[in-house]
Design a protein around this ligand. Structure first.
Ligand code: GZL
Length: 327
């Protein structure tokens, strides 16, 4: 939509200029031609967690604020649905495509189709493992390795005084996704600092509360002595809490819990002492995404990687900030 009207304006202005004998100038810069609104096709992962819900709201609210016409799809965490959605956006000739790849691999074919259709693509939240960096304009999202490292660093500090082995169970995110791969890597790297810290079991809970509960029930059945749960997101940690309480143990005391995200429900459990530490992963990517989209369409250069600012929370800190948390 946007491009066609821009071309029409540019052609008209070229004609006008030539007719007046002036030198043919370029059409107006994209976005300032007064032409149609920018149309963005956004292929979302799904609605698997509190984080995802907050991320969807951020993208939709920011599109409205920025005057961007947003076409939105929910892939129910299936890659084939995201690929279908991207193909439909190509057919609709949107001005820009943005998506959060549910898994890292298998995107080159559809991204090449977008490139051949001259539709720029922005990765938001999660990355792809394609070696061809020309298939997308930029990747806006967290450093998941750093998030895993922050979780591990806290546990190393927390375990300094103990002499016994610390048995850790890990509830991983969606298999094959960038956050699951990278958080696992960062955490494993960090806990190498203390040989007492041992991961005794690791399984995917698919970033959902029900997945976290089921995996934790199995861990409790198969491991007599669990000291710590490292859950790749709050929702899995909240599911683990249900399983731990059902087994007659006290979450946060009998079994320490570390999670990543810092959404409202996670921060509430942290302030109530059921979770011990949360590493923040911000879902509020909407404003930055719309800004990057406008720049990309206007032909401006944008950074290859835009990393979001994030922090960490102890139980005390959660009590102080809970009331003011935006999501
Ligand atoms: C991280 C995001 C992850 C969250 C989960 O940026 O992709 O997916 O940590 C969400 O809560 O499901």
């Amino acid at each position: 939509m946007f491009k066609k009207s821009l071309l029409a304006v540019a052609a008209a202005s070229m004609l006008t200029l030539t007719a007046c004998g002036g030198t043919a100038g370029a059409g107006s810069a994209a976005g300032t031609s007064g032409g149609d609104k920018i149309t963005m096709g956004f292929a979302q992962v799904g609605a698997e967690s509190g984080w995802r819900t907050a991320n969807t709201k951020s993208v939709q609210d920011s599109a409205k604020k920025a005057g961007v016409d947003l076409k939105f799809s929910d892939a129910q965490q299936k890659q084939e649905n995201q690929i279908k959605a991207i193909r439909s956006y190509i057919q609709q000739k949107v001005d820009v495509i943005a998506f959060s790849p549910v898994v890292e691999s298998g995107w080159d074919t559809v991204l090449k189709e977008a490139k051949n259709a001259k539709i720029p693509v922005i990765l938001t939240d999660r990355a792809v493992d394609s070696s061809d960096k020309t298939l997308y304009k930029t990747f806006l999202g967290s450093d998941f390795v750093e998030e895993g490292k922050k979780a591990g660093d806290w546990l190393v500090k927390e375990s300094k005084s103990s002499t016994d082995t610390v048995n850790i169970v890990e509830i991983q995110g969606t298999t094959g996704s960038a956050p699951a791969n990278d958080r696992k890597e960062g955490f494993a790297e960090a806990i190498k600092a203390d040989p007492k810290l041992k991961i005794v079991a690791s399984q995917s809970g698919d970033f959902t509360r029900s997945g976290g509960k089921q995996v934790m029930e199995a861990f409790l059945k198969n491991n007599a002595d669990i000291d710590v749960v490292f859950a790749h997101n709050d929702d899995e940690g909240l599911g683990a809490i249900e399983a731990i309480e059902a087994a007659g143990k006290v979450p946060g005391k009998d079994i320490k819990i570390i999670t990543i995200d810092a959404v409202k429900d996670g921060m509430t459990a942290l302030s109530n002492g059921k979770i011990n530490y949360i590493v923040e992963c911000s879902p509020m990517l909407g404003d930055q995404l719309m800004d990057l989209a406008k720049k990309v369409i206007a032909g401006e250069t944008v950074p290859e990687r835009v990393v979001t600012e994030e922090t960490t929370f102890t139980q005390e800190q959660a009590k102080q900030v809970l009331a003011s948390r935006p999501y």
